[in-house]
Design a binder for this molecule. Sequence first.
Ligand code: UP5
Ligand code: MG
Length: 206
Amino acid sequence: MGNAANKEANGSGTENKPTVVFVLGGPGSGKGTQCANIVKQYGYTHLSAGDLLRAEISSGSENGNMIQNMIKEGKIVPSEVTVKLLQKAMQESGNDKFLIDGFPRNEENRAAFENVTKIEPKFVLFFDCHEEEMERRLLNRNQGREDDNIETIRKRFKVFLESSLPVVEYYEAKGKVRKIEAVKPVEEVFEAVKAIFDPEREKVAA
Ligand code: UP5
Ligand code: MG
């Protein structure tokens, strides 16, 4: 079936699809911090895949134990679980603009999200930060996260390099990556973020 016909048949034309920006970067690169700033200024809904998974653990769901063990080991939870949580959160939000933070983390995540939602990200915000700085930030966070210990942090870094960076490279090849130098104070990083979002907003308004 041709693309136009396909759109007609399943009603999934781009006109009613939500806008999605993927927010990627290593553990502790500042994804959550900057998403909070973006939400205040640009009217997006922030969906952190990690936060959704942690909420799933707290809720005592049947997947809770499995998710908890995977997070403790820095491993990537099966796409089926994460995509369902993201989809549900998108549906319940009432918004049509989303920052999806910390997802997709591997090729399987990316393909599953695309297959299920038929959504392609508008662009990918990528926070570039070296490990020494990320490690310092995570060890100083003190929010009781079970994965903020040096053993798990090392595993998270390894998974990021092996599985998540290839996703960034995939989008880089499509010209969709907006890279931000993240080794700067929060306010300075946000200035760089605004320089990405302001022109995008003008494009929509035009
Ligand atoms: N901070 C932030 N910006 C700073 C700056 N510019 N200068 C100085 N300090 C700065 O920031 C981390 C800390 O640094 C904070 O204390 C902050 O104040 C300070 P934060 O904004 O929280 O960074 P973030 O990139 O969000 O770090 P986070 O630890 O959340 O990243 P991860 O990607 O590791 O965590 P996430 O929650 O996304 O995932 C956790 C685990 O869940 C994964 O390891 C995995 O096991 C599982 N998961 C999946 O399986 N699938 C998914 O799709 C998502 C998660
Ligand atoms: Mg986070």
